[in-house]
Design a protein around this ligand. Sequence first.
Ligand SMILES: CC(C)(COP(=O)(O)OP(=O)(O)OC[C@H]1O[C@@H](n2cnc3c(N)ncnc32)[C@H](O)[C@@H]1OP(=O)(O)O)[C@@H](O)C(=O)NCCC(=O)NCCS
Length: 366
Amino acid sequence: MTILIRHAALADLDELVELEKSSFEIDRLSRRSFRHWLTTEHRALLVAEVDKAVAGYILIIYHPGTRLARIYSLAVSAPHRGAGIAKALLLAGEQAANDDGRLYLRLEVSVDNIPAIKLYETLGFQKFGIYRDYYQDHKDALRYQKRIRRYRDTLQYRSVHWLRQTTPFTCGPAALMMAMHGLDKVYQPSWEEEINLWREATTIFMTSGHGGCHPVGLALAAKRRQFSVEVWINQTGTLFIDGVRSEEKKQVVELVDNCFKREAAEQKIKIHYANITQGELISAFKAGAIPLILISTYLMDRKKVPHWVVMSGFDDDCLYMHDSDPDEGRQSELDCQFIPVAREDFDRMSCFGKNRLRTAVIIRPG
Ligand SMILES: CC(C)(COP(=O)(O)OP(=O)(O)OC[C@H]1O[C@@H](n2cnc3c(N)ncnc32)[C@H](O)[C@@H]1OP(=O)(O)O)[C@@H](O)C(=O)NCCC(=O)NCCS
């Protein structure tokens, strides 16, 4: 049997839909989804052709802005199983992801899908967790990952429980709750706490809608909860004021900025008016702190929104982040945990706006 692995084309659409129907009972990719994945970027969609017919496919999605790739789906038609087709698809998919600069391939698989689990383990994927109630039939998913480029065993990480922010403006509180819970399991995140933290730390206005959180506001909120904090800001002026158009609103943002900084001085919270480097973030992390970092979402979604994330690990090549905001439809919650951001991309991602604001809040046990 000759197996040809090639990129999928629109002409494969009907066969892909048929293959999907015969391979999965639930959580199937629709015709519309296939059409989307056939025509979009940031993915590898490969088919295995046997006797001029599609006998299998693999869909790998690239997480924009980071070095993560996820196996979104893989199937081989029943009559062709056991002939090494899935293995060939996976190896070709790995190569495609590698060529795209991806460092990790991740996937989830149902706990009772023994053929697939065996396949992934045979190809060197390592289990790194379980995801409860993941599928439509409520079965759990096992999470696997493989480092597809240069395996180096230098990863240091912290077990930070991931949280989803419940509003578009509470990334700061969600990040802070993850950090505080990561440092002290007695501290319990909750919805009420998320909103309270936002009320304590908000800048009130931002470009549109509710204001996000100010680094010093977050630091003060953490201090009130008995954590020790330090803030880094690479500029001394009022933060987040540029996008605010109305003069009255600007005055409010300025007032809040001044209040936070005055209170920080009273509380003896150290503010370093300097650029925090990757080395400093890593040293703090190694010494037991969990940093909150402000990023611009531009590299991920081209939207240029300021966004707080939590540092959850590092190694020679990447800093790893937990991001409380899954981009609906495209990302799973798993894509939001230990997101590998390559060292060479990190400095571009971790500054915001035309003034290139770089800020971080270092949280330590109290
Ligand atoms: C899982 C699936 C893709 C495997 O496809 P396949 O082409 O039959 O797999 P391969 O022939 O390439 O097998 C490669 C390795 O996988 C493992 N494997 C595959 N089928 C297996 C089975 N029925 N039992 C145990 N191990 C199996 C073996 O380790 C095998 O290596 P080996 O042949 O050297 O022992 C296929 O069964 C399928 O499409 N299932 C339905 C859809 C699905 O579950 N997709 C995965 C979603 S996460």
